[in-house]
Design a protein around this ligand. Structure first.
Ligand code: SF4
Length: 285
């Protein structure tokens, strides 16, 4: 469903979206980089409001969150679109194109959350929740108002501007934030973004007392060096040695054909990260 977007300003014959750090200036009838926000008649609209492409009850460890309500299950929902263009995307079918979707109002989604047995809350995941902002915000607020015991989780690339993030955080209990690499060059070349806004999101969420776990996908030939792992772990350790870091094994997907990350390297990476952090977990091994 298409609704008016938030976080934009009108320019002369364009609109400026400042929901995420891309700060797109969008021509009439044009889309922003995320391909879900369109300038129609000088106003900005989002086309994926309430559009669900995936809905499943997952173990919370699959998000991955290992230190937030462990052993529980969480209803997990995703839509389509992303503000990154990672060539190694593990969910490119929904992030980089538009598969069929079903519409659910915020009331309908909240009812499903409440009626699903053994469910601890809602995780906005599978594709990037930042560019689903209006729906995520509306559902999170309604859920908290209806029954505050249910958790709201975001699984995100962290590429969101400070103002919308701060407005959403009071309704978010936990986040798993991707820290894909530790250089602007990596973010620019492989994801179409920048590093600094992601670090700012991590720091802002932690300051707001949101439970934060971090995931780094170690991609063969791109960021699979001990120096890179140490840079990431060192940065996190300087904030809090107890921040959980998930080092995830890459498998060839989408545009990337290089072989899966070497298992021996994964073990070495875990050891290197443990010099700085108390909680390091390996994923996909
Ligand atoms: S949310 Fe979309 S349209 Fe807005 S700045 Fe980010 S990529 Fe551009």
């Amino acid at each position: 469903m298409k609704v008016q977007a938030r976080f934009y300003e009108k320019l002369k014959d364009k609109v400026h979206c400042f929901l995420c750090p891309h700060n797109c200036v969008i021509e009439k009838e044009g889309f922003g980089k995320c391909r879900v926000r369109i300038n129609e008649g000088g106003d900005l609209y989002v086309i994926n409001y309430g559009e669900i492409t995936s809905l499943a009850l997952d173990p919370i460890e699959k998000k991955p969150l290992h230190y937030f309500r462990p052993g529980t299950f969480i209803l997990s929902a995703g839509t389509f679109g992303c503000n990154f263009t990672c060539g190694f995307c593990q969910n490119y079918e929904i992030s980089q194109s538009r598969p069929p979707s079903e519409s659910l109002t915020k009331e309908q989604l909240v009812q499903i959350i409440l009626k699903t047995d053994s469910n601890t809350g809602i995780a906005f995941t599978y594709n990037e929740p930042a560019i689903w902002y209006e729906y995520v915000y509306d559902c999170a607020r309604l859920l908290k108002k209806t029954d505050g015991r249910y958790a709201v989780v975001l699984v995100t690339n962290g590429y969101i501007s400070e103002e919308p993030l701060k407005e959403l955080l009071p309704y978010v209990d936990a986040m798993n934030i991707d820290l894909k690499g530790f250089s602007d060059d990596f973010y620019k070349r492989l994801c179409g973004g920048r590093l600094k806004p992601v670090l700012r999101t991590i720091e802002t969420a932690i300051q707001a007392s949101c439970h934060v776990e971090i995931t780094t996908l170690l991609v063969s030939g791109q960021n699979d060096t001990l120096a890179e792992v140490e840079r990431i772990a060192g940065y996190l350790g300087a904030i809090d040695k107890d921040i959980p870091l998930h080092l995830s094994r890459y498998f060839p997907r989408y545009k990337f054909k290089s072989p899966p990350t070497d298992i021996g390297f994964m073990r070495e990476a875990e050891k290197a990260a443990r010099k700085h952090l108390n909680r390091v977990l390996l994923g996909n091994v």
